[in-house]
Ligand binder design. Structure first.
Ligand code: SAH
Length: 265
């Protein structure tokens, strides 16, 4: 296989590669992503990148954790962008490693905009997003000819300083046969009441998949009417995706043949 990277671009010494790490299972990292981790000079990574993927970073690389989980200290977005710009001045291959796909609720678009405006060369390496892979590892296809012809990926957590209007959950209830909600665990009660107000059938199946594709993957399957009490009983926590729609009914059958998650050493 031939690749055309890494090559220092003409305009700036270094180049930033915005790499999607996938949802956790190291086997789901792209070949491009793996090659870049092996030859990177610097890797700046987020909290949701799995330990197995971090272990693939070459010894030569400087590793910087810019990540954040709810409530923990992290670099501010502007600090992370500045760090990327600074590193690109002095290093040839700078990898910005993000969980799942950088452009799916990963601020990859924002970072790429800022880097281009700062004159830094940047390239996107997509990753497998959790909203597809976590349901898949739970035996739930997000579309299916008999059950769902449409899927919507939506955030359940909206930034306070956002410029766009709130997610229109009532429209979502009608617009799409499958809804995949990221960052929705803490806000699920509000989301469910909005879907209910839109007339969504309370018997609609829902699955929550936590740490999808990882050794500690957990699932909770119920209906819109039951899931909140199930969550409470199971003390179910983030990070998880929620899948709503009739495709969830395939879970008992398809989960029997789910991928084997390699246990952590
Ligand atoms: N860019 C990422 C999403 C980042 S937003 C992607 O494409 O997957 C963070 C949210 O993604 C989490 O709150 C959770 O809803 C979801 N998520 C990320 N990794 C996950 C995993 N392994 N299993 C389940 N949900 C995950």
């Amino acid at each position: 296989m031939t690749t055309d990277f890494p090559q220092p671009p003409a305009t700036c010494f270094g180049k930033v590669y915005l790499v999607g790490a996938g949802p956790g299972d190291p086997g789901l990292l792209t070949l491009k992503g793996k090659t870049l981790l092996e030859c990177a000079d610097v890797v700046i990574y987020d909290a949701l990148v799995s330990p197995e993927i971090l272990a693939m970073i070459g010894d030569q690389a400087e590793k910087i954790h810019a990540g954040k989980r709810r409530g923990q200290h992290s670099l501010l977005q502007a600090e992370t962008t500045q760090l990327l710009i600074d590193k690109a001045q002095t290093h040839a291959v700078v990898v910005r490693l993000k969980g799942g796909d950088p452009f799916v609720f990963g601020r990859g678009g924002e970072e790429m905009e800022d880097l281009i405006q700062a004159g830094v060369s940047v390239e996107i390496i997509p990753g497998i997003t959790a909203g597809i892979a976590a349901p898949a590892y739970a035996g739930i296809p997000v579309t299916h000819r008999n059950y769902s012809s449409s899927v919507t990926f939506v955030t359940g957590h909206e930034p306070i300083d956002k410029y766009r209007p709130r997610v229109n959950w009532r429209a979502m209830a009608e617009a799409s046969e499958t809804l995949v909600i990221y960052m929705g665990v803490h806000n699920l009660s509000h989301i469910l009441s909005e879907l209910d107000a839109a007339g969504k059938d309370p018997d609609t199946p829902i699955a929550l998949v936590r740490w999808g594709t990882r050794p500690d993957q957990e699932e909770l399957v119920g209906t819109l009417a039951t899931i909140l009490s199930q969550m409470e009983a199971a003390q179910f926590e983030a990070p998880a995706v929620a899948v709503i729609g009739n495709v969830v009914n395939l879970h008992p059958l398809l989960a029997e043949s789910r991928p084997k998650v390699i246990p952590r050493q």
